[in-house]
Design a protein around this ligand. Structure first.
Ligand SMILES: *Cc1c(COP(=O)(O)O)cnc(C)c1O
Length: 383
C-alpha cells in the first residue's frame, strides 16, 4: 500500500515512496541505476525496458507528484528549462502563444532565441490584466503560459478568470507554479491543463539540485508530453529523483517557514528609509493582495524591493554577510539577486526598463533561517 488520496496533502508529501518496495520494506525509495532491464520473454516486460523510457525511482517521484497536484500524469526533467522546452515542443510552426511579460528570463530566452527560429510566435502581456490577455489572443493562438506571482515583480494573475478565458477560446492553459509550489497554489482547480515547476527551487529546496516537472491534468496530454520527453531525452537521473523525493517530504514545513519569514522581512523593509518600494503579495497594499488571498493558501517566500539608488543596490549586495548574493531561489538559504543583470539579463534593456526591472531593484529569496538574523543582515547591509 502506498499513501493515497484519502490522506491530506501534508501526509502524502511525507509518505512519498513509503510502501513502494515490498521486497525489502524500505522506507527510503531505492535508487535504481540500471540503464536497461531483462525481459522475461519475447513481447513481455517487467514494466521497465530502458531507463530513458522509464525508471522505478523516477516513477515513484512522478506518480507522487501527479497525485499531489491532482493531475493524470507528472514527468520529471533534468531542469525547469528542460520541462518548459518539452512543453513548447508540443507546438508547431505558425502557432502563437500568449505568455506573461513578468517572466523567468530563461523562458523568455528559449522562446525568443530558439523557438522563434522554428516559427513559434509569442506575445508577452501583463497577465495581471485578464482583458489584456483576451486582446492578445488571435486565430493562431494555441496556449497561454502564466507565471503567478510574476518574476521579479510579484504581480498576481487571476487564475480563475484566465482559466475561463482559455476554456472559451479553446486554449491550452499552462501555469508555471514554481514560486508557490502545490502547497500554496493548485492551478488545476482554476482550469489549468499543465502545471510547470523548476524543482530546482522550492520543491528541491536546498540549493543542491537541478530539476523540472510537468504535470498534465488529462491523460491524453500527459501521454503526448511523455512521448516528447522520451523522444528527446531530458529525463531526471535516478540519484536526483531520489534527492527530490527526500526534499519533498519537508516541503510543507519549509514553505510555512518561508511564508512566515518573508512577511516579517517585507514589513521591515517597508519602513526602511532607503527602500522606496516593496513587492510582496502578503502586504495589504500590494495590488494583488486580495486576489492572492482568494486563490492561494499563502504568499510564498519571494519578494523584491527597490532602493533609493543604484549605488545603494550595489553596496547592499557587497555587504551582505548571512544572505548570499547569488541567483536562484526557493532554498532554505536566503539569496539575493540583481535581476536586471542576472536572472533577467537576456531581456532587452528597453523592455526590462519598461517592465520596471531597473538596477535599483533587488530580489530576495527569503530562506528558513531565523527572521531576526535575516533582518539584521539587511539592516547592516543597507546602513
Ligand atoms: C528557475 C526557474 C525556471 C527555470 O528552471 P531551471 O531549473 O533553472 O532550469 C523556470 N521558471 C521559473 C519561475 C524559475 O524560477
Amino acid at each position: 500500500m502506498t499513501a493515497n488520496q484519502e490522506y491530506s496533502q501534508e501526509t502524502r508529501l511525507v509518505q512519498l515512496g513509503v510502501g513502494f518496495d515490498d521486497r525489502t520494506g524500505a522506507i527510503s525509495t531505492p535508487i535504481h541505476t540500471s540503464a536497461t532491464y531483462r525481459h522475461p520473454g519475447v513481447g513481455e516486460s517487467t514494466g521497465y525496458d530502458y531507463t530513458r523510457s522509464g525508471n522505478p525511482t523516477r516513477k515513484v517521484l512522478e506518480e507522487g507528484l501527479a497525485e499531489l497536484e491532482g493531475g493524470a500524469r507528472a514527468l520529471a526533467f533534468s531542469s525547469g528549462m528542460a520541462a518548459l522546452t518539452t512543453f513548447f515542443l508540443h507546438f508547431s510552426q505558425g502557432d502563437h502563444l500568449v505568455v506573461s511579460e513578468d517572466l523567468y528570463g530563461g523562458t523568455y530566452r528559449v522562446l525568443d532565441q530558439i523557438f522563434a527560429n522554428f516559427g513559434l510566435t509569442v506575445t508577452y502581456v501583463d497577465t495581471t490584466q485578464t482583458a489584456a490577455v483576451a486582446a492578445a489572443v488571435t486565430d493562431r493562438t494555441r496556449a497561454l503560459l502564466v507565471e503567478t506571482p510574476g518574476n521579479p515583480l510579484l504581480g498576481i494573475a487571476d487564475l480563475a478568470g484566465l482559466g475561463e478565458l482559455c476554456r472559451q477560446r479553446g486554449l491550452l492553459f499552462a501555469v508555471d507554479n514554481t514560486f508557490l509550489s502545490p502547497v500554496l497554489q493548485r492551478p488545476f482547480e482554476f482550469g489549468a491543463d499543465v502545471v510547470i515547476y523548476s524543482a530546482t527551487k522550492y520543491l528541491g529546496g536546498h540549493n543542491d539540485l537541478c530539476a523540472g516537472i510537468l504535470v498534465a491534468r488529462e491523460a491524453a496530454l500527459g501521454e503526448r508530453l511523455y512521448f516528447l520527453q522520451n523522444s528527446t531525452g531530458p529525463i531526471l537521473p535516478p540519484f536526483d529523483c531520489w534527492l527530490l523525493l527526500r526534499s519533498l517530504k519537508t516541503l510543507t514545513l519549509r514553505i510555512e517557514r518561508h511564508c512566515h519569514n518573508a512577511l516579517l522581512v517585507a514589513r521591515w523593509l517597508e519602513q526602511h528609509p532607503k527602500v522606496t518600494d516593496v513587492y510582496y503579495p502578503g502586504l495589504e497594499k500590494h495590488p494583488g493582495h486580495e486576489l492572492s488571498c482568494r486563490q492561494a493558501k499563502g504568499f510564498g517566500g519571494m519578494l523584491s524591493f527597490r532602493v533609493d539608488s543604484e549605488t545603494t543596490a550595489r553596496t547592499t549586495l557587497k555587504r551582505l554577510a548571512l544572505i548570499s548574493f547569488a541567483e536562484s531561489l526557493g532554498g532554505v538559504e536566503s539569496l539575493m539577486t540583481l535581476p536586471a543583470i542576472q536572472t533577467h539579463g537576456d531581456i532587452p534593456a528597453a523592455e526590462r526598463l519598461r517592465l520596471g526591472i531597473c538596477e535599483r531593484l533587488l530580489r530576495l529569496s527569503v530562506g528558513t533561517e531565523s527572521a531576526g538574523d535575516i533582518i539584521a543582515d539587511l539592516e547592516q547591509a543597507l546602513a
